[in-house]
Design a protein around this ligand. Structure first.
Ligand code: NAG
Length: 219
């Protein structure tokens, strides 16, 4: 009987810590790989890809493609619709271009090579929302570094005294202590999460997990 009670308590604790981990990772901006596995390439329906996704200020788009084959140009709505490429435009072309969404509103991206936009459908339009869900936690690394703490909401802070956050998506992830002026006094951390290296052995995967402790325990 006693064992049963403890296993239920253990289970509840597991569920609670999982739930807070998920909420904690949503504090930092999300990173979207445009087209997911397909990447940035011809004949993919990017509007279908964007459908149902929630893009917020602070999130990041990653455009992946073989260098030289495509590029990424941020354009206005007219250029997007008509695939007009200004001769003076300077597209991104690293093959893994990161674009941080730092203002709300519609954003338009096209490939500026040949007729890729016109005939290959290599264009993406997304609508960026002001910030992640209300009452939103700070959405950008900059806001976090300025110690803007979200409205008191116990669900948004990890408080176990040994909080483990697995960084799951590439991009910038930031953490602060949400108590008093602790953040202003320096309790803050931003890390750059790199995409996983290609040959990922199960052994290495364990070591890529990042542990952060939010509250300094008694030890
Ligand atoms: C959109 O961008 C094109 C190409 O850079 C430019 O010629 C045009 O004036 C812009 N239109 C608006 C409405 O800003």
């Amino acid at each position: 009987m006693a064992t049963n009670k403890w296993s239920i308590i253990f289970l509840l604790a597991m569920i609670a810590s999982l739930a807070t981990s998920v909420l904690a990772t949503s504090i930092a901006g999300k990173s979207f790989i445009v087209g997911d596995d397909k990447g940035w390439t011809l004949n993919v329906d990017y509007q279908a890809w964007a459908n149902g996704k929630k893009f917020c200020v602070g999130d990041e788009l990653v455009f992946k493609y073989p260098v030289g084959k495509h590029n990424v140009l941020s354009v206005n709505e007219t250029s997007f619709q008509k695939c007009i490429i200004s001769p003076t435009s300077e597209p991104l072309s690293t093959g893994e271009d990161l674009i941080t969404l730092d203002t709300p509103g519609k954003k338009f991206f096209i490939c500026a090579i040949g007729k890729h936009c016109e005939l290959g459908g290599l264009k993406l339009c997304i609508d960026v929302l002001p910030q992640s869900k209300p009452p939103g936690p700070p959405a950008t690394g900059k806001e976090i570094m300025q110690c803007i703490i979200p409205p008191p909401d116990a669900n948004q802070a990890l408080i176990s005294g040994y909080d483990i956050v697995t960084v799951e998506t590439p991009g910038k992830e930031c953490f602060i202590c949400g108590i008093g002026k602790h953040c202003e006094l320096g309790m803050k951390l931003c890390v750059n999460v790199h995409p996983a290296p290609v040959p990922a052995s199960p052994l290495l995967q364990g070591t890529r997990k990042l542990a952060t402790t939010k509250n300094l325990g008694s030890k």
